[in-house]
Design a protein. Sequence first.
Length: 398
Amino acid sequence: MSTLNKKFPRLLPTPIKKGMKAADLIDGSFKAYNGGRLAEACKLFAGKMLAEDGTVGMSLTGALTPAGLGRSAIVPLLKAGFVDWIISTGANLYHDLHFGLGMQLFAGSPFLDDVTLRKDGVIRIYDVLFDYDVLLDTDAFVRQVIQGAEFQKTMGTDEFHYLLGKYVYERERQLGIKDTSVLSAAYQCGVPVFTSSPGDSSIGMNVAAMSLRDSKLLFDVNRDVNQTAAIVYSAKSKKSTSSVFILGGGSPKNFMLQTEPQIQEVMGIEERGHDYFLQCTDARPDTGGLSGATPAEAVSWGKIDPDTLPDCVVCYADSTITLPLLTAYALDRVKPRKLKRLYDQRDVMLEAIRTQYLRHGSIDKITHRTDLAAPKKGRSGRSVTGTARGSKSKMAKK
Ligand SMILES: NC(=O)c1ccc[n+]([C@@H]2O[C@H](COP(=O)([O-])OP(=O)(O)OC[C@H]3O[C@@H](n4cnc5c(N)ncnc54)[C@H](O)[C@@H]3O)[C@@H](O)[C@H]2O)c1
């Protein structure tokens, strides 16, 4: 007699019915392969990442906002308090601006003649089409806005996107439109938005061009690295959870995950890694690239807590399918959460991690401890943070 029934639920899907809700369809009928992983991802997001008021960071790669996923999924997640901070490619934030500025994109076809499109001044992102003027007008908006006095300084990309979001929000109000833009919603919800490669997008290109005129705007990437680590450290030192929700891979995935090695390996503060890892991607693990690296591999770097590894999920599917389903599931199964407004706490969080670093970090080699056995337990069974790693704690030398 098999003992499988003691370990696993029986594979017996619910027949699909007319009028079924997305969340019920996923729970009842997504049972195997990447459908099964997506069902696990939904349960992880709704049941653990969002539970107990844990901090959720989302990373965005791939052409998501041009496909309309900002308005359809990311804005509703922000407004429900289900995403507390974001790391995005510049491209997703640039193309988000088109929606906030009331411009038009079209659901076209991938099978068009690109030479004809070029002659007609039409831009194509696979099957998404828009006029070249959309680019020119968006570029002009960025250049106009960043001439303001508040932009004439060096700042983190979270501050830059907050200020930019304020102007997008104003434009939405003037146009009589609402909930169209990630940057505008993040501004309204106090959600910090970072980009890991500020020069690698049309936003960065316009900022660069303006620096050849008289603009004083510069991005402080050191602040971004420390500020993102400070967000994670703040969550963990309050004995709450830190979760990563990764769409695609790329540089934003690493920028989000590296917060833990920044705390442990570089700053010398004891920590065990992010608690929950959820990734939807098409990137494979066997090439050695970071985009396809699994949560198990991330454990070896101290990025993920080994105790929560069994809960981590990778779903190999297109984000244009997974993100709307994950959003519908979470909105159906979880009540909206109080907004954390992490942007408003950025200076306080940075000062807290700076104090810990100066207390425990070193300019010499950090004494390393890999046996995280018998940690002091916090509320969710994790070690309590804020103590020096290993036996040798050194003050930072000047
Ligand atoms: N006009 C612009 O501003 C512009 C336009 C395009 C790209 N860029 C820049 O180019 C860089 C690369 O951008 P990218 O986002 O296209 O990265 P990318 O194509 O390198 O994708 C990153 C990762 O996400 C995965 N991925 C992509 N789309 C996916 C999907 N739909 N579903 C699941 N997984 C998916 C890929 O396999 C890869 O592992 C960024 O820095 C971006 O800002 C700028």
